[in-house]
Design a protein around this ligand. Structure first.
Ligand SMILES: Cc1cc2nc3c(=O)[nH]c(=O)nc-3n(C[C@H](O)[C@H](O)[C@H](O)COP(=O)(O)O)c2cc1C
Length: 381
């Protein structure tokens, strides 16, 4: 099958994933919180960012190489951390890590992924970032950090926009627990997706949070208690300060929307700010992420690297974020749709789709350098 003809967009991959994985897994991946307005706010605001095309520019060749935190990546986008990624497809984290190295883009492993840092360590090369959810004791954190480093992750992301779990009603209705329940409803949903079941059997790993699980006493624990819920802490400024003192690699703070917060984080020693609303999964009444980017850029100045995520559905969205002040863009759900739909081949295809869309749209502007995109923004839109 030529995926470029059958599945030329992320929406095509999303639909293919929906047909291939059990409902509870798809709803976990696809949902946001509340009425899911956070998704809509992001989409509408991204759509409102326009560019003025240019003509008679001759043949242009887009240069997509991007420097971030001392490393040169081949593309201006990478893979955002997604908890329980291995639930979407068995071995997803390994496949994503391998693809990240092959395409020379960053891969972020979630602290609540199915794979542990050691599981993906052989595959991440220099491209591994580790996402840290604050934990409820400094001792625990001090045990985790050297382990993450030893597994080869040089960059730590601390996610600060999850003070506690959000409701995500669609996910609740879908009956999701970690590990998946073995009730009739769940088993029926699994049975309807035999390829997904076979892939899990072949991988031989029950989808659990293998990293967090190592720190939770198993004895006396209810079988369906979420390991994350047992050891997760609440992020605060002191936590960030302590973490900065304990982690000597690059530190990225993820989930930032307020310019004054971003400035204070930089003052505390953050190397990079990741502007995001968790793609509407935590709070639905905030501003569109893309609208905050220029404000945060103004607050932190030109030299602090900014990452954008939330709602990337086209290569054009990547250009929008770069033009509005981001240095780099991360993509969450789309990579999971891709791996769930077509495994490793799906990931390669998604990278191709995003890259080809950026290159095609840059040629419409007659622009070769990503740094020039802001000059083509429509001012009155
Ligand atoms: C199913 C799912 C699980 C996620 N898990 C995490 C996580 O464990 N840690 C984290 O920092 N962000 C997590 N995120 C948020 C992503 O890292 C990212 O911010 C968001 O998905 C980007 O938006 P997009 O999905 O529209 O591309 C998760 C997102 C999804 C969809």
């Amino acid at each position: 099958m030529d995926l470029d003809l059958s599945h030329p967009s992320i929406e095509d991959l999303r639909r293919a994933a929906q047909k291939r994985i059990p409902k509870f897994a798809f709803e976990y991946l696809d949902s946001a919180t509340g009425r899911e307005l956070g998704l809509k706010v992001n989409r509408d605001a991204l759509d409102a960012v326009g560019f003025m095309p240019s003509v008679l520019c001759g043949r242009t060749k887009a240069n997509l190489q991007t420097n971030l935190l001392g490393q040169c990546y081949d593309l201006p986008f990478g893979i955002a951390p997604v908890g329980m990624s291995g639930l979407m497809w068995a071995g997803a984290e390994r496949m994503l890590a391998q693809a990240a190295v092959a395409h020379n883009i960053p891969f972020s492993l979630s602290s609540v992924a199915v794979a542990s840092p050691e599981d993906v360590s052989p595959y991440i090369g220099q491209n591994g970032w580790f996402q840290h959810y604050p934990v409820n004791s400094a001792d625990l954190r001090r045990k985790m950090l050297p382990r993450i480093k030893a597994a080869g992750f040089h960059t730590l992301i601390i996610t600060v926009d999850v003070p506690e779990e959000s409701r995500r009603e669609r996910q609740r209705r879908a009956n999701l627990t970690v590990p998946p329940k073995t009730d009739l409803r769940t088993l029926t949903e699994m049975a309807a997706r035999p390829t997904w079941c076979l892939a899990h059997l072949r991988e031989g790993i029950i989808p659990r949070m293998r990293f967090f699980d190592d720190y939770v006493p198993q004895r006396g624990r209810e079988s369906f208690t979420h390991a994350g819920a047992l050891i997760r802490g609440i992020p605060d400024w002191r936590y960030l300060q302590e973490l900065r003192g304990e982690w000597d690699g690059h530190l990225i703070v993820k989930g930032v929307l307020r310019p004054e917060d971003a400035q204070r984080m930089v003052d505390l020693g953050a190397d990079c700010i990741w502007v995001s609303n968790h793609s509407g999964r935590q709070f639905e009444a905030g501003p569109a992420v893309i609208d905050q980017l220029p404000k945060i850029r103004e607050a932190v100045g030109p030299d602090v690297p900014l990452i954008y995520d939330s709602g990337i559905a086209w290569g054009l969205d990547i250009m929008r974020a770069l033009a509005k002040g981001a240095n780099f863009v991360m993509v969450g759900r789309a990579f999971q749709y891709a791996v769930a739909a077509f495994g490793a081949k799906g990931i390669d295809h998604l990278v191709h789709v995003l890259k080809a869309d950026v290159a095609a749209n840059m040629s419409q502007l007659g622009v070769e350098q990503l740094g020039q995109l802001s000059q083509y923004l429509l001012k009155d839109k």
